[in-house]
Ligand binder design. Structure first.
Ligand code: SF4
Ligand code: SF4
Length: 221
């Protein structure tokens, strides 16, 4: 396992160290968890509890598989879907609703299986490198979720026949540009493969991708 540490840099932003070209998405999540253990946020006293629906939360394919125990079709009706021409977005939280997984004590009931958006969210300043990684991972996991969603739509007997072929075409397009589709665990996905600017879903600019790869290649292993 590659160790990935998070710490505060000189600008008092959350930053990353130990990142290299073998680091996985799981390494990053472990680094975030360890950082929170060492630098706990005041979530218990926070009046703006961020799980109470101030944000849209992208759903993630691995989280969806884990929450549903491999039967993604079970959770699809509980998600929020925004489908339009050339657009398909799948959210766990729609932006103005409390997350259904938050209990009365403001605890996450699916903490071990929560999506990437929840795992990487930090409500304190973050370095550029952190922001790039955060954006890239959330975008990749959401991209794979779009294909998982279409798998369910295609198999669903209630889907109108005329919608099947467009769904298959979009699914194929997504799969051909996805590094996360088909993965069951975050340690199957390399961070370096997530940070790319060559696809519309990537959420990272060319300059950000160049900067990120320059940083991880300094620590070849
Ligand atoms: S992560 Fe930040 S915004 Fe969210 S509940 Fe904790 S302190 Fe509040
Ligand atoms: S899944 Fe858990 S961490 Fe994410 S918004 Fe819901 S309650 Fe909060």
């Amino acid at each position: 396992m590659v160790r990935l540490k998070l710490f505060f840099n000189q600008e008092n932003e959350v930053d990353i160290s130990g990142l290299n070209n073998k680091s996985t998405v799981q390494d990053f999540f472990d680094g975030v968890d360890e950082f929170f253990t060492e630098n706990p946020l005041p979530c218990d006293e926070c009046k703006q509890n961020c799980c109470k629906g101030r944000f849209k939360i992208n759903m993630d394919s691995i989280s969806a598989k884990k929450i549903s125990k491999g039967k993604v079709e079970r959770i699809i009706p509980k998600l929020f879907v925004n489908a339009g021409e050339n657009k398909l977005e799948v959210f766990m939280v729609a932006g103005n609703k409390k997350c259904r997984h938050l209990n009365g004590l403001s605890r996450c009931l699916i903490y071990q299986e929560r999506p990437a958006s929840c795992r990487t969210y930090i409500c304190i300043p973050k370095s550029i490198c952190y922001k790039i990684l955060d954006a890239a991972i959330v975008a990749e996991m959401h991209h794979a979720m779009r294909a998982e969603f279409l798998d369910v739509v295609i198999k669903d007997r209630t889907t109108p026949p005329g919608a099947i072929e467009p769904a298959k075409a979009l699914r194929q397009e997504i799969i051909s540009t996805s590094v996360a589709y088909g993965c069951n665990n975050y340690n199957e996905i390399l961070l370096k493969d997530c940070v790319r600017s060559d696809f519309a879903h990537s959420n990272v600019s060319q300059e950000e991708a160049r900067l990120f790869h320059e940083i991880i290649n300094r620590e070849e292993v």
